[in-house]
Every structure is written in structure tokens, then in C-alpha cells.
Design a protein around this ligand. Structure first.
Ligand SMILES: [Zn+2]
Length: 269
């Protein structure tokens, strides 16, 4: 399953050689370790042209970060062992800093703390429950399963999800349909490079790095590319912020004409 044109704007892309890491080859059952890393200058967006089929995605994310996943990953990537206790512990500093920074982002819009119906897309509901203890949280996730129904949701939370998705535009359109007309999308993506993504893409070709080594993150967004993706389906971003550690780019967006947009869209022209 190969994608050469930009996943966001469908425009032309530049390509350079990339490797698929051994864990992904084994877990998904790929028959090659070679692919290409593609860059769209229009969107400031990098992605790997080898996409995951639905079957490969299920193989990768079924029982994600559970015992069997951990055993397989440590066998291929011994250094992953040091991350397991951090990911397993909801009170670890990793989670606490992340939660604190999410609260900081939400606190710019105190009305968001009053939302009632929340969808955790690509999560198990635990993070939004921590952030919004008064809300009813449903979830839809390849690993955790699905409690979500048809919406509409006041807030859709998509934390560290879109970097994993083979068809991010289609998935975004799907959750857009579940949003209340005054609903808000909270999306955050990891930032795994220094400086502008164009420069990092060339540097990684020389030095190695996540932009030329395909792992679970098959899309690498910049702040601009998140905005472009959201605009494809008429979601308008009104807030962006970068968290401390891990470095995550948070974007808040709402439908055209919604209450929040009227007040805040001037930030983005
Ligand atoms: Zn593009």
C-alpha cells in the first residue's frame, strides 16, 4: 500500500530513501525493510510512502503496549525496556507533565471544562477523564476497543493518534461528523525534530532519525501541516501550543461558524 502524493493536499512530494525498523517489519509482517520518506513543501509535512493496511494496523495495535507487544519489542529493541514502567504508570512524571500541559492549554478556554460529552479517539478514555472529571467520556480505539456511539460530542480528544494513521484525512472527516456544531477538537502530535521540518528532513537523511526511519509514527506533522489538514474538512484552528516533555504540538479547532471560532479565529487569518 503505497502513497506518493501528499496525504493532506494531494500535491506532489519529494522523496528520499527510508528504512522500516525491524520491529515494524516483524509486527506487521512486511516483506521489505525499504520505503521512501516523502515531503510536501506546500504543507510542511513528512510521511512514509508505505502505508499500513487495516490488517497490518490491527497486528500492530492489538493489545498495544501489553505483555506480548512489550516482549516482542524488547527482543528487537532492548532499549525499549526502560520505557515500559513509564508507560505503565499513570502517576509517572511523563504522564503528569503531559496532563499539566494539557490543563494549561484547556485553561485558555475555561468553557471547555464544562463540556459534557467527550470522545477519546485513539485512546482508552483515561486522559480526558483526568482532565475533565465531570464529563461523560467514550472512546474508540484499535487497542482499547469502542464504547463510542454516534455523538454528537462537545469535545473530541485525539492525543498522539494522527501520526499513526494511514489515512489521516479520512479519519478526521469521520470524527468531524461526530462533533457537535459548537464542538471542539483537541489534537496533539509529537514533534520529533529540531527547527523547521524541511531542514530536519534533509538532516535526518545524513544523520539518521525518525524522519527517515519508519516506526509507528508514519506521519510527521509541523504546526502548519496540522492547520492544513484541519482546513481540508473545514475545521478551523484557533489555538496552538507546544508542551514541555514530551514535546507535543497541541492544536484546538472548531467548525466554521461555531461559538469559539467567532472569538478566536483572527489568530490564523
Ligand atoms: Zn501537502
Amino acid at each position: 500500500m503505497i502513497q506518493e502524493s501528499c496525504l493532506i493536499c494531494e500535491g506532489e512530494t519529494s522523496a528520499q530513501h527510508a528504512n522500516i525498523v525491524p520491529f515494524l517489519i516483524e509486527r506487521c509482517g512486511f516483506d521489505t525493510g525499504a520505503t521512501k520518506s516523502r515531503y510536501c513543501a506546500e504543507c510542511a509535512f513528512v510521511f512514509f510512502e508505505r502505508r499500513l493496511t487495516a490488517l497490518e494496523a490491527r497486528r500492530l495495535y492489538a493489545n498495544y503496549r501489553q505483555d506480548e507487544y512489550n516482549r516482542m519489542r524488547v527482543r528487537v529493541e532492548p532499549s525499549y525496556a526502560s520505557f515500559i514502567p513509564i508507560f505503565d504508570d499513570p502517576s509517572s512524571g511523563y504522564y503528569q507533565t503531559r496532563v499539566d500541559d494539557y490543563l494549561r492549554a484547556l485553561s485558555f478556554y475555561p468553557e471547555l471544562f464544562l463540556v459534557r460529552r467527550v470522545l477519546d479517539f485513539g485512546g482508552d478514555g483515561s486522559l480526558p477523564k483526568k482532565l475533565l472529571p465531570g464529563a461523560i467520556v467514550e472512546y474508540d480505539d484499535l487497542s482499547a476497543g469502542k464504547t463510542a456511539r454516534d455523538g454528537p460530542y462537545d469535545l473530541i480528544f485525539a492525543s498522539q493518534v494522527f501520526e499513526h494513521l494511514s489515512a489521516p484525512r479520512d479519519e478526521l472527516a469521520r470524527i468531524y461528523d461526530l462533533m457537535d456544531e459548537n464542538g471542539v477538537l483537541f489534537i496533539d502530535i509529537p514533534i520529533e525534530y529540531q527547527g523547521p521540518i524541511a531542514k530536519a528532513w534533509h538532516q535526518h537523511a545524513q544523520l539518521g532519525g525518525s524522519l527517515v526511519n519508519m516506526h509507528e509514527h508514519i506521519n510527521h506533522f509541523s504546526a502548519q501541516s496540522v492547520v492544513n489538514l484541519l482546513r481540508c474538512i473545514e475545521l478551523l484552528p484557533f489555538f496552538q501550543m507546544v508542551t514541555r516533555s514530551p514535546k507535543l504540538g497541541i492544536t484546538l479547532a472548531a467548525r466554521k461558524g461555531s461559538r469559539l471560532n467567532g472569538a478566536y479565529l483572527s489568530f490564523f487569518g
